[in-house]
Design a protein. Structure first.
Length: 201
């Protein structure tokens, strides 16, 4: 009966290896969502980069035209151009060019960093997919079947920081509530089997 199905060690400290594999599968889905988010971010960054580059080019062209006008005015004897104002204008144009160039360099660095992160996440995702394909071809083990039975009964086994099963969470569908059961070494597996069975019905 259920007491035979609930295969645990006497002290509930034998880890269910297949449970870890299932948890890894769940983490793979989260990684897939993260990769999609990074991909979207990279695309948006690329769009922003294109806009910044276009704006920078337009600004440089405008500055070049202004510089040419200033040079022509300075060389035209018919115009009275103040030498000091001309020098200040040239300095201002140089500063604007430097600022635009720096912004473009910062955008390039940001894009390279995002591309590197995206490549790393893509490699990890492919590795997880290969592991999932291998696991999907394996027949179910005793531990995997036990975990599946627990889940079907509404029982979720919980570990401590050392990986030992110390409690479980039971969803009682009849009363629409959740029961938390701690495990203690002083009680037998038969005792907990009956206790969990009563909690499930």
């Amino acid at each position: 009966m259920l007491s035979t199905t609930l295969s645990m060690s006497k002290d509930f400290k034998d880890p269910l290896e297949m449970a870890d594999h299932l948890l890894e599968g769940m983490n793979a889905a989260q990684d897939a969502a993260l990769i999609r988010s990074i991909t979207d971010l990279a695309q948006r960054t690329e769009d922003v980069r294109a806009e910044v580059v276009d704006d920078a080019r337009a600004t440089l062209k405008a500055l070049a035209r202004q510089l040419q006008v200033v040079k022509e005015a300075a060389n035209n004897p018919k115009r009275q151009v103040d030498v000091n104002q001309h020098a200040e204008r040239m300095i201002a144009l140089d500063r604007e060019k430097y600022t635009v160039a720096k912004e473009m360099a910062d955008v390039e660095d940001s894009i390279e960093s995002l591309e590197s992160q995206l490549d790393q996440l893509d490699r990890e995702m492919k590795e997880l997919e290969r592991e999932e394909e291998v696991e999907a071809q394996l027949p179910p083990t005793k531990e995997q079947l036990t975990l599946s039975i627990f889940h079907g009964l509404g029982i979720e086994m919980q570990k401590d920081e050392n990986g030992n099963y110390v409690r479980c969470k039971v969803r009682r569908y009849a009363s629409q509530d959740i029961h938390i059961q701690d495990f203690a070494d002083k009680y037998s597996r038969y005792f907990y089997a009956n206790l969990l069975w009563d909690a499930c019905i």
